[in-house]
Design a protein around this ligand. Structure first.
Ligand SMILES: [Zn+2]
Ligand SMILES: [Zn+2]
Length: 143
């Protein structure tokens, strides 16, 4: 948390954003959870600990936390954005269930190696890799 807080503080300073303690509280709750969270889900958790923080503060704080490079976005089936930690977080792929919207992480190192190779062959400079599989989770598939 310490390091992340420093990164966020630096970002806020560079961007000349308003300094409020609430952003760090949102960051704290976000980092305390290893889940993939939508703004609504995060707000629910924030509210339990810091009832004074509003939904719009959580919404705006997550944008800032994302821009500071501390969060990654995953777009779900319904277009809903979920956030997860990105700072020092191991790279991975996502499987998203179209029925229950559950997100399952998996190791995609080998897939990424293949993608890098393909990019190299075409002299394409890769910047972002996203491995995403849409489908049905075990539970929904057997129901
Ligand atoms: Zn499912
Ligand atoms: Zn993930």
């Amino acid at each position: 948390m310490k390091e992340e807080k420093k990164i966020l503080r630096k970002h806020i300073e560079i961007k000349g954003l308003r300094k409020t303690n609430q952003r760090y509280k949102v960051l704290e709750v976000f980092l305390a959870n290893d889940e993939h969270l939508s703004v609504d889900e995060l707000y629910f958790l924030v509210k339990k600990r810091y009832p004074e923080i509003s939904h719009s503060t959580v919404f705006r704080s997550m944008k800032i936390i994302f821009n500071a490079g501390l969060a990654a976005k995953i777009r779900n089936f319904d277009g809903l954005i979920k956030y997860e930690h990105s700072y020092k977080h191991k790279q991975h792929g996502h499987m998203i269930c179209s029925n229950c919207l559950k997100i399952i992480e998996f190791d995609d190192i080998q897939i990424k190696e293949l993608l890098k190779k393909a990019a190299k062959e075409k002299e394409f400079k890769p910047q972002i890799f996203r491995t995403k599989i849409l489908g049905l989770c075990k539970k929904c598939n057997s129901a």
